[in-house]
Design a protein around this ligand. Structure first.
Ligand SMILES: [Zn+2]
Ligand SMILES: [Zn+2]
Length: 370
């Protein structure tokens, strides 16, 4: 998809009390590691002039470095080549080679990928970790997916909710997807594409155990399409055992991901909750003198604004039961514990985060009070 939706706008409108902030992107994305895993920031769906994008592949590498990404894939449309008179493109691995060359002196992984681009019922799917994109140039889409599997690709279904693929705005799950799933040829689904979030796609991810993906699907410049509009590009956070291509791949197949667009975080509870808990640090906690009002200093160490609702047994002091904390911000929170405690289970419901449709996770912080 090419245009931005109002996810960000809707979220902003939903939190009117927070007005007065500007939501300018800090550009460099940053998320902490979680216990047992390194957090890799990936954008695995992007285009260049080698299909219908508007930039040369080297620009995608430079943008990724500015955004502090760990991994990219440039996934040109196999079947849609609007610039082929100017760029004949006989070797479909060329974009990967150019990006790899540009990235070679930097700490950025480039993964070979391509976008299978068909009408319904097939739709668009990205195959990444491929060895040779040329071999996926097949008339018969069944053979394309079989070839992707032969190359041990990770395949995900792109923007299945796009209105030009589905007028209801819901993904159309057919025998084609059912067959691909049975044959082990479909592994993930975009729940966030270019700023669109789709709950029905998330429901499919959970029903069929597909990996939850978020991508920019950028065609123009990231600076113009996202940063200038006060957004960050959508990404998939991948929780890998180590920062290697093999570990990245293992984690994607295992479904350890969180899709991110600004403050919207979507993922399975077993990775999303540890990410939230690692992102919000408790810096100190002590009682206001001669009171039972506990003062806690919190810091948000990630690049997304975090929005919480109080789920603790005690009320906040002096403010509504909501906590909004900007990227990198340190904030003081006061809680009425009614008696002097030496530990508190701080429970916060992450209201811009989803583990399932209409389901927001609760994260916990065990606070020791001196
Ligand atoms: Zn597409
Ligand atoms: Zn695309």
């Amino acid at each position: 998809m090419k245009t931005l939706a109002g996810v960000f706008l809707l979220l902003s409108m939903g939190f009117g009390f927070a007005q007065g902030h500007d939501h300018k992107s800090t550009r460099a994305l940053s998320f902490p590691d979680v216990p047992g895993y390194v957090t890799l920031k990936t954008d695995l769906h992007q285009h260049t002039v080698f299909s219908d994008g508007e930039v040369w592949p080297t620009i995608r590498v430079q943008e990724a470095l500015r955004d502090n990404l760990d991994v990219i894939s440039l996934t040109e449309h196999l079947e849609y080549q609007p610039f082929k008179d100017d760029i004949p493109h006989p070797d479909r691995n060329r974009v990967f080679e150019l990006a790899l060359q540009e990235a070679k002196d930097h700490d950025l992984m480039v993964i070979n990928g391509t976008e299978i681009t068909r009408g319904n019922p097939i739709g668009h799917c990205n195959a990444i970790f491929i060895d040779d994109a040329n071999k996926l140039m097949q008339q018969d889409s069944i053979l394309q997916f079989a070839e992707a599997k032969k190359q041990d690709a990770f395949v995900f279904w792109n923007h299945p909710n796009a209105e030009w693929l589905s007028p209801t705005g819901n993904p159309i799950w057919t025998n084609f997807q059912e067959e691909r799933l049975k044959k082990g040829e479909l592994h993930g689904i975009e729940v966030i594409n270019a700023g669109y979030f789709d709950e029905a796609s998330l429901a499919l991810a959970l029903k069929y155990n597909l990996t939850i993906m978020g991508t920019s699907d950028v065609h123009g410049l990231v600076a113009w399409d996202y940063i200038e509009k006060g957004n960050s590009r959508p990404v998939t956070l991948v929780f890998a055992k180590e920062k290697t291509e093999a570990s990245l791949k293992e984690a994607l197949f295992a479904g350890r991901t969180v899709a991110v667009f600004n403050e919207l975080l979507v993922g399975k509870e077993d990775v999303l909750v540890p990410l939230l808990e690692a992102s919000l640090h408790i810096e100190k906690a002590s009682y206001l003198e001669s009171t039972t009002i506990l003062e806690i200093q919190l810091r948000n160490s990630c690049s997304s604004r975090l929005l919480f609702e109080n789920a603790t047994d005690f009320e906040f002091y002096g403010i509504p039961p909501l906590l909004e904390i900007e990227a990198g911000e340190t904030k003081v929170l006061q809680i009425k514990t009614l008696e002097t405690l030496n530990r508190l289970d701080l429970k916060l419901k992450a209201i811009a985060c989803y583990t399932a449709p209409k389901t927001q996770p609760i994260a916990h912080w065990e606070i020791l009070i001196h």
